[in-house]
Design a protein around this ligand. Sequence first.
Ligand code: GLV
Length: 412
Amino acid sequence: MGKIESQWLSSPSRRSAIRSLMTGFLAGSPLLRAQQDPYRDHSRVPALREMITPFDFEPVAYAKLPRDAYDYTALGVEDEFTLRRNRQAFEWVELIPRGIVEANSVSTATDVLGTKMAFPIMVAPTASHLSLHPEGEYGMHKGCTAAAGTPMIISNNASLPLDKIGKAAAGPIWFQLYPKETLDDYREAIEIAQDAGCKGIAFTYDGASGTSSTGPRERVLHDRHLDSQRQVEDLKTSGDKFRATPRRPRRPPKYGLTGSTAGLDWKLIDSIRAMCKVPFLTKGILTGEDAKACVEHGLSGIIVSNHGGRAMDYGPATIEVLAEVVDGTQGKIPVLVDSGFRRGADVLKALALGAKAVCLGRVSRWGLAAYGPAGTQRILEIVQAELLMAMASTGRASLDSIDRSLVRTDFS
Ligand code: GLV
């Protein structure tokens, strides 16, 4: 054997190549797998009781859902910058515990615009639950109610009738209202919601480019190559299914925006507000200036939201702008927040920055998709337990004791 060949044979790269080859063979052997982990069958779906954090549910939902339904839940618009930033920004908020305080019992009960809740947590409106589980919104509402009566905001694009969702369980419900074409359309939707028992109406105007599903949601566009148009078709009609009168043919959208959204103004919002007998909120506020206008126009509350990064890309995370919005209201109306919230500590950070409650969207969908109503219940209970733990470990035994001194932020 020549010198070069012998060096090459004993070189570390060759040794490691052979080692990884051997390891690969061994790893593939059922014998070795059984020896390493005899009690676990990795090919099975874990039992519900094995779920430890909200994030554990997402892979189970992924495994159980058709590709288009999973992608619809996970996606953000365009580059998904805002989708990622919603999560990343929580890392720029630190929790600063108080020194020595007594936190033997922690209380979390609250009241948001007349809706009582055991925790400052609601389920955010998300569309088409039938694509997640055969019980659809009925299942979601049952799961919410089982999780200490968590209020559920029903999507304008629910796949099942509002009044029946309301009757599926006892917990409180609100309704999410999307832009419509005429005042009569608004009146009809609001009356249906109020008759179904909705105790709040959240007007969501931030979906100009995204919520019509005609916007640049590139995951959906790519899914077309998988020939999976069911979700897209369902969304095009779901909000209309329960109308008393059939919808007129729609005008083509202006600039690619949903036709009615392009014409929104405060005069219209004043008219819609006047139709509501229950508290009327706007969902999608991201600036102090808009928050001030909401107060001036007599709105009951605000939901700070960027639609989970699904409506307009390249905007800030909601946790970054929350304090500015809260300041804009001067404490006159409650501010809720959604977009990117997964864990109890996330909820606590928002409460510290002035939110009255937090709404969970994808979390509730992972729960329902993975294990049905019991999954929704369990995932909400995990977040609730995490909130209790975060409050206890930062020495805040009541919601009233939570203020900005609890956090240090660095959003620069
Ligand atoms: C609906 O609200 C969506 O984001 O798809």
